[in-house]
Design a protein around this ligand. Sequence first.
Ligand code: 6PG
Length: 294
Amino acid sequence: MSPKKMIPAHLKGKKNRSPAKQKKRKLKTRPAPKTSVPRGPKAVRPKVLLFQPEVRVYPTPETLFQESAHQFMQIAREAVNERGRFLAALSGGATPRGLFQQLTEEPYRTLIPWARTYFFWVDERHVPLDHETSNYRMTQECLLSRVPIPKENLFPATNGSLPVDKAASAYEMKLRKFFGDASAPVFDLALMGMGEDGHTASLFPGVPQVNEMEKWVVGYFVDEARKERVSLTFPVLNAARFLMVLVEGEKKAAIVKESLGGSSEPPRYPIQYLRPATGKLAFFLDQSAAALLP
Ligand code: 6PG
């Protein structure tokens, strides 16, 4: 089902209202509609969460990665100060390499509380951890092998050994064990990317997994090019305190214009399903990726 055909339930969410405010809402009255049929209790229409990202544009890839590293560090330090640990879900692909490189260098190598940092993966190719296409391997090479993060703080999504749907269930069990059976795991940071087709995580245009509302993790065969993937779902991603979408390069300019500059009601691309109810959604772009934005 293509994304444009339906707005999934998780995009319809009531704002968290304090009881007092809810009381106010119940006291509000409206003129009764001109019908003779007696009305039942007033149905409270859930508010639709809109796609309203903050957009930050930096002049070069270098400044994009320096600034996103600074933001990463701030989120990490605040999380540890407030909650004693920093929980981050990382995406793969090529773009995060620039950010990871920054994090291995000063001042971030020193300022980030690595011993209290816990890494999960937003999505993963369903392959062994040392496979050349593995997101875990890329992160290991670019970051994990170069900072003092304890191995027990790493939670890979899959190592390719189970059938892909079982791997997704196993990852979900891992998350439920760590986060407890909450309504959704709350990451302090979800580091996201965007493909040229507007996908994010491993949630691609037209796949039913884009509309998964119950599971925390899905595992499925995408297509011959992308093979099998394990991915967090939008209800989990949208529970994050901070969704950082890193997009770099002129090849992404068209999809940036389409997804950020065009309409999102109803969503036309999976990226437009990123609608945190209480968290922050920010796109970090370099000038090349933002070139076609008005
Ligand atoms: C993956 C990523 C994916 C990525 C986009 C952008 O596993 O490939 O999680 O969602 O963020 O495909 O990839 P690039 O950064 O390589 O352009």
